[in-house]
Design a protein around this ligand. Sequence first.
Ligand code: GLC
Length: 623
Amino acid sequence: MSLVDVVLDLRWERYGAELADALGRVYPDAPELPGRVRELLKRTMERRPEDLRRLDESRLLRPDWLQRPSMTGYVCYADRFAGTLAGISDHLDYLGDLGVSYLHLMPLLQPREGANDGGYAVADYRSVRSDLGTMSDLATLARDLRGRGISLVVDLVLNHVAKEHEWAERARAGEQKYRDYFMIFPDRTIPDQYEQSLPEVFPDFAPGNFTWDDQLQGWVWTTFNDYQWDVNWANPDVFCEFLDIILNLANHGVEVVRLDAIAFIWKVMGTDCQNEPPVHDISAALRAAVRIAAPAVAFKAEAIVGPRDLIAYFGQGRHYGNLSDLAYHNQVMAQLWSALASRDVTLLRCALDRFPAKPASATWATYIRCHDDIGWAVDDRDAVAVGLNGAEHRRFLSDFYSGEFPNSFAKGLVFQANPATGDRRISGSLASLAGLEKALADGDEAAIELAVRRINLLHAVVCGFGGVPLIYMGDEVAMLNDYEYGSDPSHADDNRWVHRPVMDWEQVAALAVNPSSPAARVNGWLRHVLGVRRGTPQLHASVESHCFDAGDRRVLALRREHPEGMMIQLYNLSEDEVQVPMGVLRTPFGPEARELLDGSVWDLNPPTIDLAPYAVRWFVAAE
Ligand code: GLC
């Protein structure tokens, strides 16, 4: 018996039942499916390069690798950061200096030509975007990154394919096998019934959820743009195709697969067609399969959904702790912006207090903005609980971050205003939303100071909350909105490109020349915080942050109860000097505590702690 067969047997013993159960629930009419999957896994394992098998073994020894405080994420577009995949290898020192250990390269597989939703309309999952390089460049880059302790993260767009993808072409050509890869309806009867309960993701430029296609002679399901055709996950062939795609990426050295728009992959009449139970069975089956053939690989769920639904992506009930390893904490993101605008953390606290606990093995991706717009994920019930009206508060936030609200510091753009729901999402870079763009334009030194402090505070929260902090390219040097996006016709109608700039390497070079510039202060602080984070065991993601009342609405207080000692974090989300009663520190720590960011031991005898505007303080026991 070969070693591969032995390992396959052992891992099948461990995960085979989970895999078969999950498949059985989704595909009861395909009893042959586990056998098909096993063949696929065997082939993958036989072809898995030696160094990746080694990585598998090392990950099996360190299952908490994504949870460690040393994990630091960086997210960029390969072309906007470095031209090509090979070009990224020239910037490994830059990434290494920043402490990056997780690099998410935005969609890099071959998309359709022209508008392609930032690469999220993939025409070929087996080749890299031709202007970026080849699959072999991808494998080389992954190896280089791995050599530096950086894990490569890649998107897997699994809800839809470009309408130019071979499956769609063949469906249009009339092949029934491929028509069955999609959801196609001869007339509006069924689409109209679904539409009654379906939301619109892009009401501005892609209203509705179905698109007529002449060649198909049918309406095809298109949740996002009309050129992104939703695939039919109820078809077991689709499952096998995507599993094979994931395994191929894994064998090219991809270590984290970002499951794009995973919430949408299962449709049920009368619902919003998100977060349906089979979504989790499918993830369970994919994950069990990947754990067998490539256990080094982790899954990251992109599910921008409400807290109860979100927590399910880590696995609840029968799947407890067995689905995605990582998921975006969009509540922390949206609620931080909300607290910053209202100078009040009450709503943020309420939302986090009510947030269900995650499995101890799971990890948040914490971020203050991403490549997408910011949606005001404010739950109406939370709003009511703190005396607000949800719709009014969301309106306030859109007004505030678009800069319309009187005295707002922010400069963002409204994305996808939906008159039917009143929804107005926001685009903008971290620095512009936090006030730097306006302050610089006004030449207002005091406002510049506050903006820098705001950016630094937000970076500190995402580094301190617990999970993998994701730094979005350019934010580490306080890049502003890029209004040039409109000059590219394929981007012009999508203002999310305002915060997807081309990397400003001149700004990077200027950091050392002008160490007191806003960019240098943002960068210096971020490096400092990340450095402190790496040496702070309390930031291991197995432990959760809990909010507590520090006696002032402007102060976010987080408590992390770690076996190696308590950590208390204080953040002043306002431009006021604030005093917090010393009891919040004296109770857990006694007469002294160590403040990690200034490195000194504090005397806790005075009655209050003074927090400067936007101050950040991280305390642990003095000893
Ligand atoms: C995800 C991506 C977003 C894209 C959508 C459709 O939400 O983050 O950029 O538009 O999926 O693929």
